[in-house]
Design a protein around this ligand. Structure first.
Ligand code: DX5
Ligand code: ZN
Length: 214
């Protein structure tokens, strides 16, 4: 299973160092939680922050847009160096069109589901999809408890989606929850507070996650 640290939980005064540390520790991608203060209450990173870090790492950059009207932001985050642009299904009025625009920008297409959203909402767009993000907490902050009833959604998506579509889980991932996600068919996980709970030992946390999902 791929491990993708969320920069939301890294020391905000030292994001560059956090990036070096997780890359050295064997992280597979970096997850940037972009919040606009409307879709969720918090406001986090803009595209300039992501662009400033792009040159520091060769890791895949996954940009999770927790914004209303994500269409407005696709180009700026694409230009900032995102490899995968993840939009929320709940925020897209014309999801298929938005997914096609992401493709036309040369980026991989990710679609995130809030816990309340049914997996079948993606059925008719599956052929444009590169990644689904199953939110295992309500979006908006790190450090929340894992919602166990989302395991069923992971299994359902694994059944209907081709193996080429990456199933990513986001929220409440720790050494206690990762194994069940892997068993249900998740390919990757985002982890924030678990990895960065001790900034000097992100390597141990990443190693423990990898050990617990095999
Ligand atoms: C929640 C974000 C997550 C969050 C994960 O809105 O999408 O990526 O940073 O943090 P933890 O792992 O602490 O739940
Ligand atoms: Zn996220």
């Amino acid at each position: 299973m791929l491990v993708c640290p969320s920069m939301l939980s890294a020391d905000p005064t030292n994001l560059g160092q956090a990036l070096f540390a997780v890359e050295r520790a064997g992280a597979d991608a970096v997850h940037w939680d972009v919040m606009d203060g409307v879709f969720v209450d918090a406001i986090t990173f803009g595209s300039s922050v992501i662009a400033a870090h792009r040159g520091l790492s060769r890791l895949r950059f996954d940009v999770h847009l927790m914004t209303i009207d994500p269409d407005k932001h696709l180009k700026s985050f694409a230009d900032a160096g995102a490899d995968v642009l993840v939009v929320h299904i709940e925020a897209c009025l014309h999801l298929h069109r938005t997914m096609t625009v992401i493709k036309s920008l040369g980026k991989k297409v990710g679609v995130a589901f809030n816990p309340a959203t049914h997996w079948n909402a993606i059925e008719y767009c599956a052929e444009v999809l590169d990644m689904v993000v199953v939110m295992t907490v309500n979006p908006g902050s790190s450090g929340q408890d894992f919602l166990w009833n989302q395991l069923e959604k992971i299994s359902a998506l694994r059944r209907i989606l081709p193996s080429s579509v990456e199933i990513c889980v986001d929220g409440g991932i720790s050494d206690q929850t990762i194994a069940d996600c892997a068993q249900c068919g998740a390919d990757s996980c985002v982890s924030g507070s678990y990895i960065f709970q001790n900034n000097d030992r992100t390597d141990d946390a990443i190693r423990r996650l990898k050990e617990n999902c095999t």
